[in-house]
Design a protein around this ligand. Structure first.
Ligand code: B16
Ligand code: MG
Length: 222
């Protein structure tokens, strides 16, 4: 029985990756680190501080900053990112997502958000879909970020649903690992090669192909 669907945010509900890229690029420029667009791919699903650490390591500056200075750098990036977030409107919701949310509500399926983003609640507000969510997990409230299962398990607990009765939807490798380690059915949005490697149970190349009856069929045949 599918009793809950737990969504990732960036790359599943909307595309904030470009805005993250612009904000990180701005920060990297300010400390003279080269930051390539391709490198941004490696930051998907990764927390803000882990992203900063990866950027400093690839720029050879990992030892140049103490913890307090790193927090200040991450805050600087986030200020810039929040400025860019005002561009987001309901038109930026990926196709198929609003229809899926409506179908889940109609069928009494609970809805959760398991995003690594501390800006998740603000993004849902910009997209005007907050009221669909029965829980929005604060990523700071769990011990370990993705690929650990903590955030998906917390969402299931909040919703009072057994993990095996949950479907998780993700676009990052770390996110699919997190869902599988939580013992949930994993839907991967992305290319077959990346999502297969990550262990997705169902692979969708585009959110416009996501719909409730197909999800249910695939879950039942698994
Ligand atoms: P913030 P997701 C993730 O969102 C992004 O993919 C990742 O690039 C970002 O660093 C992370 O959120 C933290 O975001 O700085 O807003 O707290 O894919 O888990 O929804
Ligand atoms: Mg994502």
């Amino acid at each position: 029985m599918v009793k809950a669907v737990i969504f990732d945010l960036d790359g599943v509900i909307t595309d904030t990756a470009e805005l993250h890229y612009q904000a990180w690029k701005d920060l990297a420029d300010s400390i003279s680190i080269f930051f390539a667009r391709e490198f941004n791919e490696q930051l998907k699903g990764i927390s803000r501080m882990d992203s900063l650490n990866k950027i400093l390591i690839q720029g050879g500056l990992a030892d140049q900053y103490n913890e307090q200075e790193k927090i200040a750098l991450a805050e600087k990036k986030n200020k810039e990112y929040i400025k860019l977030l005002v561009e987001l409107t309901p038109e930026h919701i990926y196709s198929g997502i609003k229809e899926l949310l409506d179908d889940l509500k109609e069928n009494g399926v609970k809805i959760g958000l398991a995003s690594a983003s501390l800006n998740g609640p603000a993004i849902l507000e910009h997209l005007k879909i907050t009221e669909y969510f029965d829980t929005i997990v604060n990523p700071n409230s769990v011990k370990q970020g993705k690929p650990a299962p903590d955030i998906f398990l917390r969402a299931a607990k909040d919703l009072d649903v057994a993990p095996s009765d949950c479907i998780g939807i993700e676009d990052s490798e770390a996110g699919i690992c997190s869902i599988k380690r939580a013992n949930m059915f994993a839907v991967g949005v992305g290319t077959v090669e990346v999502m297969k490697q990550a262990g997705a149970d169902l692979i969708i190349n585009d959110t416009k192909n996501l719909n409730w009856s197909d999800l249910l069929d695939e879950y039942k045949t698994k």
